[in-house]
Design a protein around this ligand. Structure first.
Ligand SMILES: [Cu+2]
Length: 111
């Protein structure tokens, strides 16, 4: 009897937690890439299509986040202290760089 009511309680709890619509996948997430010391942190970011990435520039000069290929980020110059966001749509692996400092490189992996 106790086991049965426990099972019913668990089922009710599961229903209460389930979010309509996007339940299987989870809601889109927002990820942050910090730009600091002439680096993108993290250097590799994995995310899902539908997620958003925000680059926050903590350096005292501008940077860009510019992908080598279509479907990746293509920012304007992100001023010191500013941020820029990008909504990931197309799956793929997108190496990107700062066009102002071309040794600054990182990768977005959109799954
Ligand atoms: Cu830069």
């Amino acid at each position: 009897m106790i086991a049965r009511s426990m099972a019913a309680w668990m089922a009710a709890l599961t229903l209460a937690i389930a979010v309509p619509g996007d339940a299987a996948r989870g809601a889109p997430a927002v990820h942050t890439v910090v730009i600091e010391g002439m680096r993108f942190i993290p250097e590799t970011l994995e995310l899902r299509a539908g997620d958003t990435v925000v680059w926050r520039n903590r350096d005292p000069f501008p940077h860009t986040a510019t992908a080598d290929s279509k479907g990746g980020p293509a920012s304007p110059a992100i001023a010191a202290g500013a941020s820029w966001s990008f909504k990931a749509a197309q799956r793929g692996r997108y190496p990107y760089l700062c066009t102002l400092h071309r040794t600054m490189r990182a990768t977005l992996v959109i799954r």
